[in-house]
Design a protein around this ligand. Sequence first.
Ligand code: ADP
Length: 390
Amino acid sequence: MTSPLRAPGGFPVVGIIGGGQLARMCAGPAAELGITLSVLAEAPDASAALVIPSAPVGAHTDTEAVLAFARECDVVTFDHEQVPTDVLGALAAAGVVMHPTPEALVFAQDKLAMRDRLSALGIPCPRWVAARTADDVTSFGDEVGWPVVAKTPRGGYDGKGVRVIGSADELTDWLERAASEDSPLLLEEKVAFTRELAVLLARSPSGQAAAWPVVETVQTDSICTEVIAPAAGLDPELAARATEAGLRIAGELGVTGVLAVELFELPGGEFVVNELAMRPHNSGHWSMDGAVTGQFEQHLRAVLDLPLGSPRPRQRWTVMGNILGGEHADLYPAYRHVMARDPEVKVHLYGKGVRPGRKIGHVNVSGDDLADLRERARHAADYIEGAISE
Ligand code: ADP
């Protein structure tokens, strides 16, 4: 494996396991900060491998490949939550510095571990149970009311691994698999939320933390399609409590790097936590253009234990619109049009091939008129997707 070329002056190399768009979007800030990145990519044309010169190809499940990669880096962080526990253990045993640490990361990898820990800390969660049998499912549904939400504890994303069920019969296949793997499923009450929110913050190994304002996330078919920063009309007292909960989670779990806490807002000024992510997150893409310090720069600062940057918004509102793969593979002409039509829209593309529903980019636009910004962000994203032609 060729070593990453170090910048002179004693600057560190940050290794990222996984070559998706989150690793890719660290590249701009790393270049500005003078920090070298190296990425363990799943393929030579992975999103991050296209822009980071040191991008050895290797699987995140291959202990030898991950160890060889990590030995060349001063600190290792993650593009996704999928690195197996035994691989993380081997890295720890070899003395590799990881942020987040495996002890913290497990609460973003395993939704049952997360529910267990957050409940013990008294953080508000939906009612939940670990279920192994159809009887477990039936008695939970009868207790909290049907339908209930079933989740595979590990490996889910963008709603894969989440199923809303009206009876235990709809879960037979998952229960059989859970029994064969000897790992229970997570069941949750179906929360009647008014909207979804996210607290995003960064925490460094020495304990400094900085939180961005609480945002609203809008999902379409379980995929985040829009983020409004800050969440419009949010009770400042609820925002403060949610932020406090996020900071407490980060401290208690020993999270290092960026932490996203996804929340459901309830009627009556309450909230419950949905899930955690310990890496830059879709709910923070707005910060690249909308905050003094964007989440990718902040993640790098945090994992290197550098002083954190200000998370203050630059303008009153920033709206982020995700660009999903549509019918058209050829994005370049549409992207030209969007740039010409609205020079204030910032376009971010991930260098990924178009597949229907796949996240391939996003746009950000900031200003004072929220309704206008939402319209412009949606138009730009829809136009690049090919969903509209004027
Ligand atoms: P993933 O890890 O795939 O993102 P999530 O746990 O975030 O899965 O769930 C995906 C979506 O499903 C959430 O954004 C929310 O809209 C819905 N959802 C998840 N859990 C619940 C719940 N307990 N009650 C109601 N809706 C839920």
